[in-house]
Ligand binder design. Structure first.
Ligand code: GAR
Length: 222
């Protein structure tokens, strides 16, 4: 009997540094995802030609694409080309990892339930930009990052996992961002793997997971 092994494809979208992509790559290798859960990072796509993460991907033998948003007249045209490139990998999971473009409703609905984003705040607090400064100014004692399914509402989709860190009196937006990033790198690979393995899923706009998985996807950092 011939057994066909179906590889699950992960496509990662970036705009810059790509440290979350790197963390997912590192974890996927350490945990040997190809064997452990039959998944591989199939491609990295950037909307900026100068994104550092593209070099990381190339060094690691991962296919890269640039879909430069500046080359398109409209958001719709950009998203249509982005969707074409992403779709060409038949992705099971699409990961926004520091991807700094707002996606159209068409793109979001096309990949609904497969599309994850990481946002540097404890959602639903502080959607949008400049989250670290806003958390400090609001006098928050905790801050962190959220991985969520992407929905039509900006930073408003069902929450998959969160990493929480303290806000210290001496913090600047930069020191707080750095403290949070360390835990993003722990959180995002766990969330991606959980989605690949079907341990979390989107159902009626909510993220469904059992208690044990949910605990794994809730990180209290220091
Ligand atoms: C991360 O901190 C991520 O949470 C944030 O950008 C950074 C990207 O870093 N994402 C957003 O602000 C999305 N709105 P990376 O390129 O090193 O992964």
């Amino acid at each position: 009997m011939v057994r066909v092994l179906l590889v699950k494809n992960i496509v990662i979208l970036i705009s810059g540094r790509g440290s979350n992509f790197e963390a997912i790559l590192r974890t996927s290798r350490e945990e040997n995802w190809e064997v452990a859960c039959g998944a591989r990072i199939a491609a990295v796509v950037s909307n900026r030609p100068d994104a550092l993460g593209l070099q990381t991907a190339q060094r690691n033998g991962i296919a890269t694409h640039v879909v430069d948003h500046k080359a398109f007249d409209s958001r719709e045209a950009f998203d249509a080309e982005l969707a074409r490139v992403v779709e060409s990998y038949q992705p099971d999971v699409v990961v926004l990892a520091g991807f700094m473009r707002i996606l159209t409703a068409g793109f979001v609905s096309r990949f609904e339930g497969k599309l994850l984003n990481i946002h540097p705040a404890i959602l639903p607090l502080f959607p949008g930009l400049d989250t670290h400064r806003r958390a400090i100014e609001a006098g928050c004692r905790v801050h962190g990052s959220t991985v969520h399914f992407v929905s039509q509402v900006l930073d408003g989709g069902a929450i998959v996992g969160q990493a929480i860190v303290p806000v210290l009196p001496s913090d600047t937006p930069e020191t707080l961002a750095h403290r949070g990033l360390v835990y993003e790198h722990m959180l995002y690979p766990r969330c991606v793997r959980a989605l690949v393995e079907g341990k979390v899923r989107l159902e009626n706009g909510r993220c469904v997971a059992d208690d044990a998985v949910s605990r794994e996807l809730t990180i209290f950092g220091d």
